[in-house]
Design a protein around this ligand. Structure first.
Ligand SMILES: [Zn+2]
Length: 53
C-alpha cells in the first residue's frame, strides 16, 4: 500500500473516477484512479509516482 505523500499515513484508499476513462482494454474500460488519504484527506494521482503494478 502506498503512503500519503503529505502526512506519511498508510491509511489510503484507491478510488476510481468513473467519469474519466483513460483506456479501453478489450471491452473493459480502465478508469482514472487516484488515492485518498484517510488521515488528512489529501488526494493524489498514483500515476505521477513510481508504481510496481
Ligand atoms: Zn495524509
Amino acid at each position: 500500500m502506498p503512503r500519503c505523500p503529505k502526512c506519511g499515513s498508510t491509511k489510503v484508499r484507491k478510488v476510481e473516477d468513473k467519469t474519466k476513462i483513460v483506456a479501453v482494454i478489450g471491452h473493459t474500460p480502465r478508469y482514472k484512479t487516484y488515492y485518498i488519504c484517510g488521515n488528512c484527506t489529501y488526494q493524489w494521482d498514483p500515476e505521477e509516482q513510481k508504481s510496481t503494478e
